[in-house]
Design a protein around this ligand. Structure first.
Ligand SMILES: C[S@@+](CC[C@H](N)C(=O)[O-])C[C@H]1O[C@@H](n2cnc3c(N)ncnc32)[C@H](O)[C@@H]1O
Length: 326
């Protein structure tokens, strides 16, 4: 989500002028850091919800003071306890049940507080999780709302998972893509359909898709916000977005070519190590020693066996492993 900061998120935040922000799913805190930076300049508080963040929360709390309110729990536990944010970021558990119920819980809180539904950003509204559930922890989703899932990879254009390769094979992914109650975008659409309020959902393509959900009432009341949301559909913005996606694609091409170069160098070292080993094994002395040892004789190195001949092979193997970055 943080990769959309400059092009999409910041311009909308500047128009929305939020005082209370909430983020569901922070992981390393990349977006959280951007939100905290934003609030440091303009004021405001950021509520961050994540049961398993991978940054040092205490250090961040010490640094940001009351600007950061961290909630180490599931979103559905936290939302009923929180104030209604002006802007919400949803990037936690990417499945229908969690997303649909997060939005419902926020709607309930907004109704109680008699405030409009918060402007909401979502990540991963497109492939692979727009129409396919992912469960960070399947036990947090009731069985009747869970798709059949497996730790297998995902390929574009393929409904079923694949046993070899594919994306995110280490995660619990729904076995079949699409259909009812499956995926992040389906959860958002179902929320909009069941709500008595009216919403606009802008979908930004690229980097797994960004969604921006705004209540029509709020858009009608706030001209600056209306313009900032409409901008996400115009040609200049889409050109910026294309540049952003192309930048990431080029980085990936460079990373791949770097990996290929290191792999080739490692392969060359391995080939040399194999030759070295073959030379070593072809030595008469080694063959005699080997046969003698197998026959149960004690083999004692003679005067000529000064260095360890396996050292050259070990050095080659070490170099191969360094080339691989291991
Ligand atoms: C995709 S990462 C978030 C990335 C982050 N928003 C960013 O832009 O860098 C998903 C995070 O959601 C958290 N998570 C999973 N299930 C959650 C839930 N039910 N409520 C809140 N967070 C959840 C995970 O622990 C993980 O850190």
């Amino acid at each position: 989500m943080n990769r959309f900061w400059e092009t999409a998120i910041l311009p909308v935040l500047e128009a929305a002028q939020p005082e209370v922000l909430a983020e569901i799913g922070s992981r390393e805190g990349r977006l959280s850091a951007q939100l905290l930076g934003f609030c440091a300049q303009r004021g405001g508080v950021v509520h961050v919800i994540d049961p398993a963040p991978s940054f040092d929360v205490s250090a961040w709390e010490a640094e940001h003071g009351e600007r950061l309110m961290f909630h180490r729990c599931l979103s559905l536990e936290a939302i009923p306890q929180l104030p209604v944010p002006d802007v919400l970021f949803v990037d936690g558990d990417h499945n229908w049940y969690t997303v649909f119920n997060e939005l419902k819980a926020v709607e309930d809180r907004a109704r109680e507080a008699e405030v409009p539904y918060p402007l909401t950003f979502f990540h991963d509204i497109h492939w692979p999780y727009g129409r396919r559930d992912l469960y960070y922890d399947p036990s947090t989703v009731p069985t009747e709302h869970r798709q059949e899932y497996a730790r297998q990879g995902i390929l574009p254009g393929r409904r079923e998972l694949v046993k070899e390769g594919g994306l995110n094979g280490h995660l619990d992914n729904a076995i079949v893509e699409a259909g009812p109650h499956n995926g992040v975008l389906t959860g958002i659409e179902d929320f909009i359909d069941q709500s008595s309020d009216s919403f606009e959902l802008v979908q930004v393509t690229g980097l797994h898709g960004l969604g921006v959900l705004a209540s029509t009432q709020r858009l009608e009341q706030d001209r600056a916000l209306r313009e900032s949301v409409d901008r996400l559909r115009n040609a200049d913005f889409l050109a910026d977005q294309l540049r952003l996606v192309e930048g990431h694609r080029v980085q990936d091409v460079i990373r791949r070519s770097d990996q290929r170069r290191r792999l080739d160098a490692a392969r060359r070292e391995l080939a040399e190590a194999e030759k070295e080993l073959a030379r070593f094994r072809s030595r008469k002395l080694w063959q005699w020693g080997y046969r003698a040892a197998r026959a149960g004789f004690r083999v004692v190195p003679g005067k000529e066996a000064t260095g360890d001949p396996t050292e050259a092979i070990a050095a080659r193997l070490r170099r191969a492993s360094e080339k691989l970055g291991g």
